[in-house]
Design a protein. Structure first.
Length: 154
């Protein structure tokens, strides 16, 4: 994918800059290749299957104290929530008209996407509340991350 970082973030976790947003979700390797195939939000069943697969990956990363992997799972869960909500509120997921004007959200344009969003939201919140995640996040920010080694913009 164009714009992907040329860094192996598993081999160089010091290069990974924590960001609470979804930034880097399609750029941080090897995690993108591991997590993207498990991600889908077509409907509630797809979201449940996605969350189950992503949670399994999270537990593997957690058992290895791999904060970057754990955080990338968080990003995919958050992205599942935000993308599903966009489709739930805007028919076809289109937030803007062709001329650039913002469309008014509907309640609910796609109820099946709203159900998928709830599945992702609940999993995302549970992950961010995990004490192991919180501990490793703090450790990464304070002791591992090296801004000079990171290709990720501040």
């Amino acid at each position: 994918m164009a714009g992907a970082y040329e860094t192996d973030f598993r081999a160089h976790p010091e290069a990974y800059r924590y960001d609470s947003s979804e930034k880097g979700v399609f750029k941080v390797q090897p995690y993108k290749d591991e997590l993207l195939p498990d991600w889908g939000f077509k409907d509630e069943a797809a979201a449940e299957a996605s969350v189950e697969a992503l949670r399994a990956r999270y537990e593997t990363y957690r058992s290895q104290d791999d904060f970057v992997g754990m955080d990338m799972v968080r990003k995919y869960l958050r992205m599942g929530f935000t993308r599903a909500m966009r489709y739930a509120k805007y028919s076809g997921g289109r937030k803007y008209e062709d001329d650039g004007t913002k469309r008014d959200p509907e309640q609910w344009a796609a109820p099946e996407k709203r159900a998928a969003a709830v599945v992702f939201r609940d999993a995302w919140r549970a992950l961010t509340d995990d004490p192991a995640y919180q501990c490793l996040k703090e450790h990464h920010q304070n002791e591992v991350y090296a801004p000079d080694a990171s290709p990720m913009a501040e």
